[in-house]
Design a protein around this ligand. Structure first.
Ligand SMILES: Cc1cc2nc3c(=O)[nH]c(=O)nc-3n(C[C@H](O)[C@H](O)[C@H](O)COP(=O)(O)O)c2cc1C
Length: 215
């Protein structure tokens, strides 16, 4: 009888611990909230981004920038999407980057010329920007504009992404870019763990340091 009571007691404790862990997982980390930025950059802001993977890390980062700057967001998409499989995309992308290929884009719903500050976001592909960005740059004249690059990557950092973009934009004013690790952006978006990482806050801190005439 004593043993039975003890077993029930242990079961209850285990259940409580399990529930506690479950509760902490579900509620302990509020979904990543995007910090408010009271000031606004001086000038009209457009956030242009290309995002290919299902998790849409670069687009998520672009949305954070949109909320913090009050700008307009435009996702660019190739007419023909990249293949579903990762390996097939890698193979195709490798050839395209080598050839400096410019895939046709779906019609854009905003005109870069209407804006003063262009945030330009891309996933890092083979250490550089993705081919749809090359098409965008060929078809939109960003001379005289302030361009702020940002990217997400799989762990290798920005590599040559920002310097390669700068080389394509000799007549624009390029500001310091921000690279974020894509999988972390996604986890933060879902509010799962990573308490030590404050990605939206990092974006905010980076933004406020940029020379955008905040007012
Ligand atoms: C074709 C291809 C090439 C990639 N090359 C790199 C790379 O050179 N360095 C790196 O850190 N990550 C690389 N990645 C990972 C992506 O940069 C990373 O997953 C990114 O966050 C995806 O962004 P998205 O969700 O906006 O598409 C590559 C991914 C693909 C599909």
């Amino acid at each position: 009888m004593r043993r039975k009571k003890m077993a029930i007691g242990i079961a209850v404790v285990v259940l409580l611990v399990v529930c506690g862990v479950f509760y902490a997982c579900c509620h302990g980390h509020a979904p990543a909230s995007v910090p408010e930025v009271a000031k606004r950059p001086k000038g009209r802001v457009l956030i242009v981004c290309y995002s290919q993977s299902n998790t849409k890390s670069t687009l998520t980062m672009g949305k954070w920038i949109q909320q913090m700057t009050g700008g307009d967001l435009m996702e660019i998409e190739p007419v023909t999407p990249y293949p579903d499989g990762y390996a097939a995309t890698v193979k195709q992308a490798y050839g395209e980057i080598k050839e400096k290929y410019k895939p046709a884009l779906k019609p854009l719903d905003k005109t870069a010329n209407d804006y003063d500050i262009i945030f330009l976001g891309t996933p890092v592909w083979f250490g550089t920007f993705a081919p749809p960005i090359r098409t965008f740059l060929a078809e939109n004249n960003l001379a005289g504009k302030t361009v702020v690059p940002f990217c997400t990557h799989g762990g290798g950092g920005a590599s040559s992404t920002f310097t390669d973009l700068a080389a394509e934009l000799p007549d624009s004013t390029l500001l310091e870019g921000l690279p974020l690790r894509g999988p972390n952006v996604v986890q933060r978006k879902m509010g799962k763990g990573l308490e030590a990482l404050s990605y939206p806050e990092d974006v905010r801190n980076w933004l406020l340091k940029l020379d955008l005439g905040w007012e």
